[in-house]
Design a protein around this ligand. Structure first.
Ligand code: PAF
Length: 281
């Protein structure tokens, strides 16, 4: 695996791959890699593509009171995992090249960015869209892969790519989970043992709620019960909502694919998760 820190070297390496006839896949990350990220790399490899993974802890997507300073940074361990997974290029752009003095562009995707995490974390999805657009222009991949755990992020990126004619295929890869069901996240390292044990209530509440909705129970009642069970397990709930899986609009009819999404805090750690609620025929 080549580790690259300048845009000119990145462009040269990618031009080399392209002249050899390869397609390019991009896996954008903020590092602190886990099996979820590796599943993205492996999916791209199975498709026969050269894989570029970027690691950039993007300051623009963190709010003033969020965890930018303490976000886990583990470059050497990440590089080892990527090498083992068969990644071809590790792209490590320096922050001063990503956002040089005078940087003034902001990409804001309305609609899908607005509720859920967009409401709980003002400006977050502008930061995500802006950095992802920049990474797309740097790497110019054929395809980019993102985890479904960040389901709203995936919807925002799909919308941006379609609206701005990026011509890049976007693939969502299913959430990877620990044995007890907790979605893998770089932020899970913040949980102490007691919180880690309690955290399983989040996927359980989503699973119970999805089953009840598919059985025909009233979504409003189901969501209220899920909220109560999370609060009972020690979570402070930011939201738990049932939305249209494509537009993320609330009040989606059962004839449409829907998604249950939740965000909740255990102590200082904010966890998100989501589950598919298939269309009822
Ligand atoms: O999902 C993430 O890790 C980040 O939001 C992303 C897509 C790499 C943009 O910084």
């Amino acid at each position: 695996m080549q580790t690259i820190r300048t845009l000119s070297a990145l462009r040269a390496a990618i031009a080399d791959f392209r002249s050899g006839g390869s397609d390019i896949a991009l896996v954008p990350t903020m590092g602190a890699l886990h099996r979820g990220h590796i599943a993205l790399i492996e999916t791209a490899r199975r498709q026969g593509r050269k894989v570029v993974a970027s690691i950039f802890v993007n300051p623009k997507q963190f709010g003033p009171n969020e965890d930018l300073a303490r976000y886990p940074r583990r470059e050497a361990a990440d590089a080892r995992m990527l090498t083992e997974a068969g990644c071809d290029i590790l792209w490590l752009p320096p922050v001063e090249d990503m956002y040089p003095t005078g940087f003034a562009t902001n990409i804001s995707v309305s609609g899908v960015s607005e509720g859920l995490d967009g409401a709980a974390r003002p400006g977050h999805f502008d930061g995500v869209a802006t950095v992802v657009a920049k990474l797309f222009n740097q790497v110019r991949p054929d395809i980019a892969l993102f985890g479904e755990k960040d389901f709203q992020q995936l919807a925002v990126i799909r919308r941006m790519v379609s609206d701005l004619d990026f011509g890049i295929e976007i693939e969502g890869v299913p959430t990877q989970r620990d044995d007890d069901g907790l979605a893998l996240s770089s932020r899970n390292v913040y949980l102490d043992d007691g919180q880690r044990a309690a955290a399983v209530a989040l996927p359980r509440a989503l699973g119970d709620a999805a089953r009840a909705i598919l059985r025909g129970d009233s979504p409003a009642d189901v969501l209220a019960a899920a909220r109560d069970s999370l609060t009972g397990a020690g979570f402070a709930v930011d939201y738990i909502e049932l939305v249209d899986a494509e537009t993320l609009a609330s009040d989606a009819p059962g004839s449409r694919p829907r998604r249950l999404l939740a965000a909740a805090r255990l102590g200082g750690t904010r966890l998100i998760d989501n589950l598919d609620v298939p269309a009822i025929a």
